[in-house]
Design a binder for this molecule. Structure first.
Ligand SMILES: C[S@@+](CC[C@H](N)C(=O)[O-])C[C@H]1O[C@@H](n2cnc3c(N)ncnc32)[C@H](O)[C@@H]1O
Length: 196
């Protein structure tokens, strides 16, 4: 049944069955299973959150005492549960008052640029997004907190990783099974933010 693009179809069908608006949720589930990121009561900032499958998963994991704030230029396609807040904005326009003095236990970024098909251009745009996410980490993540971000892997990944790992007790590059074979996507996990 799933011949061409088998993995993509498998996860797309699974997402439909499980009522998630995107198959990207299975990448986060795998990361969470391996690195135990989310706990009940956590406050989470989700950058690039549309259409909302990570938001839904995180909302389930953190429960009613937690809070997840999503940010995206696009609309989300999920019902806003009590523990979800959504800000429709580019991360480049995000201001401190949008977040109203909140600090977070976790920051995640699944942001991706609109791709051109030219690998080095797309990787450059992805790097800009992940650099911005890291700036926001420095503003909003609690000491001891964790950061999960997507980057399109390129010759710049190593430099970004070196910069990031200085700020965390533990850091790792991880490629979930749910990522397509031909995709350049790679996830970086930083846990235990050191005091800045
Ligand atoms: C792969 S999708 C995220 C999927 C999401 N994690 C989910 O599970 O539903 C990447 C998202 O990054 C968002 N994005 C790209 N540039 C952005 C920016 N400057 N500010 C906020 N979001 C951005 C896109 O609009 C897109 O919705």
């Amino acid at each position: 049944m799933y011949r061409k693009g088998r993995k993509s179809e498998f996860y797309t069908e699974l997402a439909k069955k499980q009522n998630y608006p995107a198959r990207s949720v299975y990448k986060l589930k795998e990361i969470d299973k391996k690195y135990k990121i989310f706990k009940n009561g956590h406050r989470v900032l989700d950058l690039g959150s549309a259409p909302g499958s990570w938001l839904l998963y995180i909302s389930e994991k953190i429960g009613n005492s937690g809070l997840v704030v999503g940010v995206d230029t696009e609309e989300i396609k999920i019902p806003l549960k009590n523990n979800i807040v959504f800000i429709k904005k580019s991360v480049f326009d995000l201001e401190k008052q949008d977040i109203k003095g909140k600090v977070f236990d976790i920051v995640v970024s699944d942001m991706a640029p609109k791709t051109t098909g030219v690998a080095f251009v797309d990787a450059g745009k992805s790097l800009e997004l992940v650099e911005k996410a890291f700036e926001l980490v420095k503003l909003f993540l609690k000491p001891g907190g964790s950061f999960v971000c997507k980057i399109f892997d390129s010759s710049s990944t190593a430099d970004f990783f070196v910069k990031l790992e200085k700020h965390f007790d533990f850091s790792k590059r991880f490629r979930p099974k749910a990522v397509m074979k031909q995709s350049k996507e790679l996830y970086i996990i930083g846990a235990g933010l050191k005091k800045l």
